[in-house]
Ligand binder design. Sequence first.
Ligand code: FAD
Length: 393
Amino acid sequence: MTGPTGTEPTVAHPDLPEIGILIIGGGIVGSCLAGFLAKEGLDVAVVDSGWAGGTTANAGSLHVQMQSIFLQRFPHLVHRLEASLGLYKSAAAYWSDFQKELGADCEVKVNGGLMIAENQEQLDFLAKKAKREAELGLEVDVLDRASLDRIAPYLGPAVIGAELCAHEGKVNPLLANKAIRAWGKTHGAVRLAEERVLQLTADKAGFRATTARGQIKAGKVVLAAGYESMALAAQLGVHVPTRADPLHMNITEGTAPFITHLVQHANRPITLKQLGSGQAVIGGGWPAELGAPGRIPVVKLSSMVGNLSLAQHIIPQLSPLRVIRTWAGINTGVDGCGVIGAAPSVSGLYFAIPGDAGYTLGPLTARLAADCIQGRAPGEDISSCDPDRFTAI
Ligand SMILES: Cc1cc2nc3c(=O)[nH]c(=O)nc-3n(C[C@H](O)[C@H](O)[C@H](O)COP(=O)(O)OP(=O)(O)OC[C@H]3O[C@@H](n4cnc5c(N)ncnc54)[C@H](O)[C@@H]3O)c2cc1C
C-alpha cells in the first residue's frame, strides 16, 4: 500500500496514529484553537507544514476600520467587508482579554488608528467612509490638521487631516506567537511541526490525514490552513475559494517611541506603527512575488523602495532610521469575510479561516470556531462567515 505520492507507505503515524480533533494549519488561528480546545479537555493536535504562513510574517496591526486598499482592490466585496466590521471591532478588543489569558505581555495597545489624507478629495472620501462606519457601530471621527497636531504631531506637513478609529491598535506578533504556542502546550495541545498534510479523506469512521510520515486518524478535522484550506477542502468535495496574497514588510532599527497610533493612508498602501522596542514596522499591502518552486514569497525591490519612501513622506522623522530587515509573506483572502463553522456536507469537518487582517481576527476566530465544534452558540454573529455560502457557486 502506498500513499498520495505513490511512494510513502500508509502506515500509522509514529507519533500521532489517532486523535479526537486534528487541526490542519498552526498559524494564529490553528494555534489558538488548539489551546482553547485542549483547555476544555479535548483530545486535540495541530499539524503545520512549517513554512511561513501569514502569521509568522504579519505586522501585528489591529485593524478595524475598512482599509482603503481593500476598498480599491475589491469594490464588489465592500458589502461583505461591512458585514464583518462588528467582528473586527470585537476581535481587536478581544486581544486585551486574550493577552490576560496567555499570562504574557504581548505589547497589546489600543491607542486608535489614523487613516491620513493629503488633499481635500481624500478627506472627503474619509468623511464618507467614517459616516458609513459610524452607522455600522464603529467609533470614528474625522480630524483636521489642528486636531491632529494635538494627538499626532509626528505626522509630516503633507498630511491635512485623518480619520481616527478608536478601536485600532497593535500587538507584537513575535511575543504573541511564542506565548500562544507555550499556552497551548501547557493545556496539552499536541503540535506536529514541519509536516504537510498531503492527503485528506473521509468516511463513516472519520478522517484520515496522510503526511510523509504516516496516517493520522481523526474524529473531526478543522481546516485552519489559510489560503491552502481551499486545496484541502477540495479533496473532500467542499468548495471554499481562498486567495493567496503575497505581501511585503519592512522593519527599522529602534528609536525613542514617538508614533502612538497605527497609521494608514486614505488611498495609498501603507500601515505603520512602532513596537515596544522602538522599531517602526512598515507594510500595508505592497506586493511580493510568489516564487516557484514551493511558492515561497520573494521580496520585490520596488515594493521596498515604494513602501519606505511613502513612510518617510508621511512621517519625515523616520528618514534617518536604517531598515534592518525586509520580508515577504502570504496573506489569505476570501470574499471580505472569514469562513467559520461546520462544513455543509461533510460531517465532522470544520473551517477556521479569518477574513483579511487575520491576525487581528485570529484569537476571536479560534474562540468562535471552538464554540461551533463544541455545539455552543457562538458569542458573536458569524452568519457572514457561514461555510455554506459557497455551496451553490
Ligand atoms: C506580510 C504580512 C503582513 C500582515 N500584517 C497583518 C497585520 O498587521 N494585522 C493583521 O491583522 N493581519 C496581518 N496579516 C494577515 C495575517 O497574518 C493572516 O491573515 C493570518 O496570519 C492568518 O492566520 P491563519 O492562522 O488563518 O493562517 P496562516 O497564518 O497563513 O497559517 C496557516 C498555516 O497552515 C499551514 N498549512 C497550510 N497547508 C498545510 C498542509 N497541507 N498541512 C499542514 N499545514 C499546512 C501553513 O504552513 C501555515 O502556517 C499580514 C499578512 C502578511 C503576509
